[in-house]
Design a protein around this ligand. Structure first.
Ligand code: PEP
Length: 236
């Protein structure tokens, strides 16, 4: 069971270091834990968590090892910092920054090639769900990944229905289970659930047979709520 905290564009280096020093002493149960700070806070997080089992991952990575790509960060740079992995294809990247299935695959391939673990995000929008297109969207998004990457143990998928991200609307455990089973039938890797995971819904989501953990946004920014989610998920 893996619980990953996606901090999005929150917590600069000072706050990240402080949070991670407190995380060292928190009761996180028995789950694997990863935090994903913004790029500028990665070094502070790595330093604060050195010698612990808690991993530090980035929120994105470029597909080239270096080059004229203003504003982008390469996998070897993350490795040099001691970063363990990266999120790829978050819906906010797909929605606001032009990420496509094709660029998602390129980023995953490069990350794995350079020794990073990947959390690759997929999920349907509200309009797609209402139009009955959830299965087609997941088949397209996960299929592109399955077809485009080499066999690896360094990939997990995060099923994140876009309508549940930051909205307070969580998928029911049944909706999550159905989507996770579909994802796993296309690509047999662990599948995390993401979308308004909170201390009071983490246990029932984590109890679903095809839910292997959670990618937590808003609720990962507060130490007590993140630690409680980790402990709740530990019981399943
Ligand atoms: C996310 O950012 O991946 C996420 C799931 O956000 P939230 O938990 O805030 O919905």
């Amino acid at each position: 069971m893996l619980i990953a905290g996606n901090w999005k564009m929150f917590k600069g280096p000072g706050e990240a270091g402080e949070f991670c020093r407190a995380l060292r002493d928190a009761d996180l149960g028995t789950v694997d834990v990863v935090v994903c700070p913004p790029y500028v806070s990665l070094a502070a997080a790595v330093q604060a968590l050195a010698g612990t089992e808690i991993g530090v991952a980035a929120q994105n990575v470029h597909w080239k090892a270096d080059g004229a790509f203003t504003g982008e960060i390469a996998a070897p740079m993350l490795r040099e910092l001691g970063v363990y992995g990266t999120i790829v294809g978050h819906s906010e990247r797909r929605q606001f920054f032009g990420e496509t299935d094709e660029t998602v695959v390129k980023r995953i391939v490069a990350a794995i090639e350079h020794g990073l673990h990947v959390i690759a995000c997929v999920g349907e929008t509200e309009a797609e769900r209402e139009a009955g297109e959830t299965e087609a969207v997941l088949r397209r998004q996960v299929g592109a990944i399955a077809d485009g990457i080499p066999e690896t143990d360094d990939l997990v998928i995060a099923y994140e229905p876009v309508w549940a991200i930051g909205t307070g609307k969580t998928a029911t455990p049944e909706i999550a289970q159905e989507a996770h089973a579909l994802v796993r039938s296309i690509l047999d890797v662990p599948v995390l659930y993401g979308g308004s995971v909170k201390p009071d819904n983490a246990a029932e989501l984590a109890a679903q047979p095809d839910v292997d953990g959670a990618l937590v946004g808003g609720a990962s920014l507060d130490l007590e709520s993140f630690a409680t989610i980790c402990r709740q998920a530990s019981h399943s």
